[in-house]
Design a protein around this ligand. Structure first.
Ligand SMILES: Cc1cc2nc3c(=O)[nH]c(=O)nc-3n(C[C@H](O)[C@H](O)[C@H](O)COP(=O)(O)OP(=O)(O)OC[C@H]3O[C@@H](n4cnc5c(N)ncnc54)[C@H](O)[C@@H]3O)c2cc1C
Length: 464
């Protein structure tokens, strides 16, 4: 560490003596390693320091201090940015995780939640009151980071995306002011997240839901190619007749002790178990089931159980494509790639279909992709570092294979949370925000003209 670094750390430490509630952690602190940990195991950056504000005014104070002292800073919550972008070399990490309250208002079916709450804590607090809200299925993901960029969750066809649940937001801006976003700003926060300021609080919709019928269903995958194709033919036939919104299915290909295995995550977001089981039978009939873990469960229990299938971190990157239809051409490309998917448990593939309430949001947002589509989540990850390049070769090659598919079937849009940002310099911002791109730029100019939040995603200067 150079002298400039050390003197910035010393000055910050001395400043924080007057604000003892803000926790201050440096690389020599005993809990540094656990607090710095993020999902991307490729991330080796050393932050200037880590600070943990306890309230919105602490956040505002830190933003003002950083700005006036020329200190770059980055906001982190769950640390699940798949590219490790929530830790930046030499930048101050503002770790929001202590701001994690949940205040429920049953009258309006909403909850005010702290900007640093993790999904696992959120579902736990809501469940105590018999309530639920769309979240990611990984309990250690931060809710703000998941929901404000889109939020493809497991109740999406029933209740909509994460962005669709946001009814109010409080932000700490570049001047260190704290205020409620007006409807115009709120529209852009729903899709563009923290580029205008730190989101210190969200008010989100909540729904009465005590239990769900949920779990993984794995099919005989000895002939991966065949099961994947026949499943999709069958699922399309089911969809043509109409699948109820309570049912959300994520197709997955994962490495299990029995090898690469194709299955679905089945979520029936209703307490009507009998109808859920009726639909479960239909989904079971789409292949030969070899393992069925679907059961009535509470949402916190389901999230805890799902953690068994997701690594806590990996080397590598994500990739994504948005496809309109699962045509034979598309299933061919994916099925061929399955046989090449590395056997490292960090390599995975999932398909999130966007239908039902996720398409019909009447809440204003700049989220760019409301056409019916299938989001392909290609995780070129490796738990074992030596497998990293092989995993990336596989994910990149699958991603490339979609470049030349039948025109019109590949949507031009992308999902910022899963697409490598360094692939996009100069790319049109409309890939993320569709026709709302100029609206996002305009608001950025109004709320953060000096680009104080330049390390927040998406980094707008990449799109000039
Ligand atoms: C294993 C895994 C599974 C995933 N599954 C899904 C999925 O099913 N569906 C889906 O939609 N996405 C999924 N994602 C993507 C994930 O939702 C995003 O990466 C999300 O942004 C992570 O949020 P975080 O707080 O955990 O991450 P962090 O790395 O802490 O933050 C990510 C970004 O959010 C910003 N941010 C976080 N909190 C705040 C705040 N309070 N104020 C302002 N800005 C903030 C940060 O600036 C940062 O740029 C997955 C990612 C992983 C690694």
């Amino acid at each position: 560490m150079g002298n400039a670094h050390n003197s910035k750390v010393a000055a910050l430490e001395s400043f924080l003596k007057d604000h003892p509630y803000i926790k201050f952690i440096t690389s020599s602190s005993p809990d540094y390693i656990s607090l710095r940990a993020v999902f991307s195991l490729d991330s080796t950056a050393t932050p200037l320091a880590i600070v943990r504000p306890q309230s919105a005014s602490d956040v505002a104070l830190l933003v003002s201090y950083a700005k006036s002292n020329g200190i770059k800073f980055v906001i982190r919550t769950g640390g699940h940015n798949i590219f490790g972008l929530s830790i930046v070399e030499g930048a101050l990490t503002i770790d929001m995780r202590d701001i994690s309250y949940v205040n429920i208002d049953k009258q309006s079916s909403t909850a005010r939640i702290g900007g640093g709450i993790l999904e696992g804590e959120l579902v736990e607090q809501l469940a105590k009151e018999g309530l639920a809200t769309p979240t990611a299925s990984v309990g250690s993901i931060g809710h703000v980071g998941w929901a404000t960029y889109g939020g493809y969750g497991l109740f999406r066809s029933n209740f909509g995306l994460g962005v669709d649940q946001i009814v109010a937001a409080k932000i700490a801006d570049a001047k260190g002011a704290i205020f409620e976003a007006d409807e115009r700003l709120l529209r852009s926060i729903r899709g563009a997240g923290g580029i205008f300021g730190v989101i210190v609080e969200l008010t989100i919709k909540v729904y009465p839901l005590k239990a769900i019928l949920a779990g993984s269903l794995f099919y005989d995958s000895r002939d991966l190619n065949a099961i994947f194709r026949s499943f999709n033919v069958g699922y399309q036939a089911l969809s043509a007749k109409g699948v109820p919104p309570q049912l959300t299915l994520n197709q997955v290909l994962v490495n299990t002790p029995h090898g690469r295995t194709f299955g679905v995550i089945f979520i029936w977001s209703s307490e009507d178990e009998a109808t859920g089981r009726h639909w479960l039978k239909k989904v079971e009939a789409l292949g030969t089931v070899v393992m069925n873990m679907v059961a009535m469960t509470s949402i916190p229990d389901w999230i805890r159980g799902a953690a068994r299938f997701t690594p806590t971190g990996f080397h590598g990157e994500g990739r994504t494509r948005n496809i309109r239809q699962m045509t034979a051409e598309v299933t061919d490309i994916i099925a061929r790639s399955f046989e090449k998917m590395p056997t490292d448990p960090g390599s995975m593939f999932a398909i999130h279909d966007m239908r039902g309430a996720a398409l019909n949001s009447d809440i204003g947002s700049v989220f760019g992709t409301r056409d019916p589509h299938f989001l392909l989540e290609i995780l070129g990850g490796a738990v074992v570092k030596e497998n990293r390049e092989q995993a990336l070769d596989w994910s990149t090659s699958l991603w490339q294979d979609f470049k030349h598919i039948e025109s019109g079937n590949l949507l031009p849009s992308t999902y910022i949370s899963l697409e490598p940002p360094d692939q996009t310099p100069g790319d049109p911002l409309s890939k993320i925000f569709g026709s709302n791109d100029q609206e996002v730029r305009n608001l950025k100019g109004e709320y953060d003209p000096e680009d104080v939040f330049d390390l927040a995603l998406p980094k707008l200067k990449n799109y000039l």
